[in-house]
Design a protein around this ligand. Structure first.
Ligand SMILES: [Zn+2]
Length: 450
């Protein structure tokens, strides 16, 4: 049994003081706020938190402790693009050519090293679960590896060795555009048919901390007549899809099928509470109503959407229609869920010229939504739940004087303020780990570009 004494923690939708937690077999077995007042006379609490050593058998964690964060949309290999594509002019589509250059260079070994280092960066930012939207399946000429899931297995091993939970969202990608075959790097993504995709994915197995889910890359990458096959293949598991990130995709879909991408997915039976619509940027009123009435999750990735010039999606209107919000760092221009939280609110302000669309508590809910990754038992500091703890310092230049409450998390903190991270009861990041994480990233990225 391990126990911690948390100076302040987010429990039951509120910040509580002196929270004592006990952990066994990776789960919380007790959660007790106001521990000191139950056990000590007044005044002792302050002394304990000033004392740099452990109090009794419980390790003390000063600052504000949150449940583990969920990064619901990741392409791990895009981390190699940070700082290299931002200097270029162009559009999403010219950025995509640069991204394909990295996609063409990776093999299972270099992918493992890059993903492991990237997942360590996520852990250091307080992320306990990652949804890896994985489409880089085959060798550069499109031939399957001897193990047809060699790349997927590399990602699972990278996550396990880094210490993060993973939903491997194995992605079906069959066409470059509407009626166009894959070309260039895209041949690495292509299984030939939804049926062949399903056969390959059947070789991947769930294990503790690993969910095998599915993804439709986009409505341009899976022909209409095979969308329902992928949706059926995903039944009971998470299904993610890039949706209406670009106006050009909406226009091409309307030209090809006479309906919006949202309507197309709905007609194929691909929407529902286990589906996450990633980006959901350029939507009609009817699209919003369909996503809301089916309780499809909206996964927003504001730092990527601004990096790529995608536009600003209607996050609040989707939520009010019935679509829960989740967050992701997608292309990893930034890996900082605190920034994704506040960007969701701040983008709405830019779009509407009004303030106050999302409360800090709602944003924290979005950042701790693990159920769209198949981890329904994570994201809450509560008995029986997975024991994830993310502690942020409340006395740094970013966070000092901000109240040490949920507004600190949503509107002041950065990933650099995270001091201590526990995932499934195991300490995965301690203060001082950042140097090692930076070195591993530099080495892995140099290898990709060498
Ligand atoms: Zn994406």
């Amino acid at each position: 049994m391990t126990s911690y004494l948390l100076e302040r923690a987010w429990v039951d939708g509120a910040v509580r003081d002196d929270v004592h937690v006990e952990i066994e077999d990776g789960r919380f077995t007790s959660v007790t706020p106001d521990w000191q007042s139950l056990n000590l006379s007044g005044g002792a609490r302050a002394d304990k938190f000033r004392n740099p050593r452990s109090t009794g058998d419980s390790e003390r964690l000063p600052g504000l402790t949150l449940p583990g964060l969920a990064n619901c949309h990741s392409h791990a290999f895009h981390r190699a693009l940070r700082g290299r594509t931002q200097r270029e002019r162009g559009t999403f589509w010219t950025w995509r050519d640069q991204m394909y250059a990295v996609a063409g260079r990776l093999d299972p070994d270099s992918y493992y090293a890059l993903a492991r280092a990237t997942y360590r960066e996520m852990l250091a930012a307080g992320i306990a679960s990652v949804g890896e939207f994985h489409y880089l399946h085959h060798q550069p000429d499109g031939t399957p590896y001897d193990d047809p899931n060699a790349m997927g297995h590399a990602l699972i091993a990278a996550a396990r060795d880094a210490g993060i939970r993973i939903a491997l969202l194995d992605t079906c990608y069959l066409s470059s555009g509407f009626g166009e075959p894959p070309t260039g790097a895209q041949v690495r993504y292509d299984d030939g048919s939804a049926a062949a995709w399903g056969e390959r994915v059947a070789g991947l197995k769930d294990e503790d901390g690993v969910t095998i889910g599915a993804a439709i890359h986009s409505v341009r990458a899976v022909p209409k007549d095979q969308l329902a096959d992928v949706a059926r293949g995903a039944r009971g598991k998470p299904l993610h899809v890039h949706l209406s990130e670009q106006v050009a995709e909406n226009e091409a879909c309307l030209n090809a099928y006479g309906v919006t991408p949202t309507k197309l997915l709905h007609d194929a039976g691909a929407l529902g509470p286990l589906t996450s619509a990633v980006h959901a940027t350029h939507l009609t009123d009817d699209d919003i109503a369909l996503l809301g009435s089916t309780h499809t999750v909206s996964c927003f990735c504001p730092t990527t959407e601004r990096d790529l010039g995608d536009g600003i999606g209607p996050s609040r209107r989707l939520h009010d229609a019935g679509s829960p919000l989740s967050l992701g760092s997608d292309s990893h221009a930034v890996i900082d869920l605190f920034e994704e939280m506040r960007a969701t609110e701040l983008d709405e302000r830019l779009a509407t010229q009004r303030r106050g669309h999302w409360t800090a508590a709602e944003l924290l809910d979005a950042a701790t939504r693990h159920d769209s990754l198949g981890f329904d038992d994570a994201g809450t500091i509560a008995v029986g739940h997975r024991a994830d703890l993310v502690t942020i310092a409340t006395d740094t230049p970013s966070t000092a004087g901000t109240g040490a409450d949920e507004n600190t998390a949503a509107f002041a903190a950065t990933a650099a303020d995270v001091t201590h991270v526990v995932v499934d009861g195991r300490v995965v990041v301690r203060q001082g780990d950042r140097d090692e994480i930076g070195r591993a990233l530099a080495t892995a990225i140099e290898r990709v570009w060498a």
